[in-house]
Design a binder for this molecule. Structure first.
Ligand code: SF4
Length: 395
């Protein structure tokens, strides 16, 4: 049996309950990346999804994004969203502007706001505390996943607190969790190339672990297509998997999910840098993205949910990912300005569209919140707002 076949055979035996857990090594992951055909990876990953999530249910979330400021000092080369301080196109939204966006979400029965922006060099922690506490007061049913690790680092710098102290104060103000943004590739060699002013892979993970230790909700993301090696992609997953082991053991609170997508190269200096005669072929097409989803499902045996990314890949490819390892199709978003500034085409879908994508894959849609608590799911086609904030039925 060739090596990739043996690795997948072990994985399949485990998925079928015919053997004990067979944890893939880094070498196994690289072998699958290099040698296994896509159809075989997808078949094994689909088996694993069914084993981990019996009932063929695929979850989705009704939420919105709020990008409260585009002021940022980090200058990631793949980012077209940020503006340096003082730039004529820079903005920071007021509490009233942000609250109005929350009200739009409430009107359609949404349950979560994901709020993230740039690393603002001047806003003190009191600004964030005031924002969060007022939003929590005005919109008590909305879960708040706010400020990715690099923003937490920025607030700590401005305020002279540790990141743990910042997280603690934001939690007291009403933050429920952190967005998983900013992980990109958790390999410093790659990070130093594409975002040299961003904090290290270790800093990103430390802040996530601090959040987990406080009981906050977290997810792990992964951007591919920077020209990284397959070893580096698997190293990213291995870092997440090791941290997850530790977090579950210490705090029973690890990452809820793993979400990957390809770097967007349309409108940013990273994309331009790689055009021309000596152009390195960067970015990732549908086939490679689907391969990554399937390998992540098999490798990350301690992360419960794998999410398909419709904003970067489109609904059709996201639907195909649901039959190759993913068990969640993400959320309605309503608005997204960070990744979309670099070239995605859609930043908003309705709950009904997500339901239909799931149903047409032969699967069952299930409404969730950001903690993956399951809600009673409206029949496809029914306006969600008619069910206004349904209570969770199961965790
Ligand atoms: S990706 Fe985030 S940290 Fe990097 S430049 Fe853009 S807003 Fe700033």
């Amino acid at each position: 049996m060739t090596e990739w076949k043996a690795i997948l055979a072990h994985q399949d035996e485990w998925s079928r309950g015919q053997s004990r857990r067979y944890r893939m090594s880094i070498e196994d992951g690289v072998t699958l990346y290099d040698d296994a055909p896509l159809w075989a990876l997808r078949r094994s990953a689909n088996r694993r999804r069914k084993a981990m999530h019996p009932g063929n249910e695929v979850t989705y979330l009704v939420d919105r994004n709020v990008n409260y400021t585009n002021v940022c000092t980090i200058n990631c080369q793949f980012c077209s969203f940020y503006r340096p301080p003082g730039h004529e196109e820079s903005y920071t939204q007021s509490i009233d502007e942000i609250s109005a966006r929350f009200a739009e979400l409430e009107a359609i029965g949404g349950s979560r706001v994901l709020m993230q922006g740039g690393v603002h060099p001047e806003l003190p922690i009191e600004w964030y505390e005031n924002l969060i506490s007022q939003l929590k007061l005005k919109h008590p049913t909305i879960l708040l996943d706010c400020f990715s690790p690099i923003e937490i680092d920025g607030i700590a710098d401005v305020t002279g607190l540790t990141t743990l102290e910042v997280l603690n104060r934001l939690k007291q103000a009403g933050v429920d969790g952190l967005p998983g943004g900013g992980a990109e590739m958790l390999v410093d060699e790659v990070r130093n190339d594409v975002s040299p002013k961003k904090h290290s892979a270790g800093d990103w993970m430390r802040i996530m672990q601090e959040a987990q230790s406080l009981g906050l909700t977290t997810s792990a993301t992964n951007v591919i297509g920077f020209g990284e090696t397959m070893e580096q992609r698997i190293a990213h997953m291995d870092f997440v998997r090791n941290s997850q082991d530790e977090a579950i053991e210490k705090w029973q609170n690890g990452f809820t999910s793993f979400i990957s997508w390809p770097v967007q190269l349309e409108v940013n200096s990273f994309g331009k840098r790689n055009r021309g005669q000596n152009r390195i072929v960067l970015g990732v097409g549908a086939s490679e993205y689907l391969r990554h989803v399937s390998i992540s499902r098999l490798f990350l045996d301690n992360v419960e949910h794998i999410q398909a990314s419709w904003p970067t890949m489109g609904l059709e490819v996201a639907q195909i990912a649901l039959l190759g390892g993913a068990d969640d199709i993400g959320s309605t978003m309503m608005e997204e300005n960070v990744v979309s500034a670099s070239g995605t085409t859609r930043v908003k879908v309705s709950a009904e569209e997500l339901q239909n994508v799931i149903i047409r894959a032969g699967l069952k849609p299930r409404l969730r919140d950001s903690k993956y608590s399951l809600f009673e799911t409206p029949p496809a086609g029914e306006e969600l707002s008619e069910l206004a904030c349904p209570p969770p039925t199961q965790s």
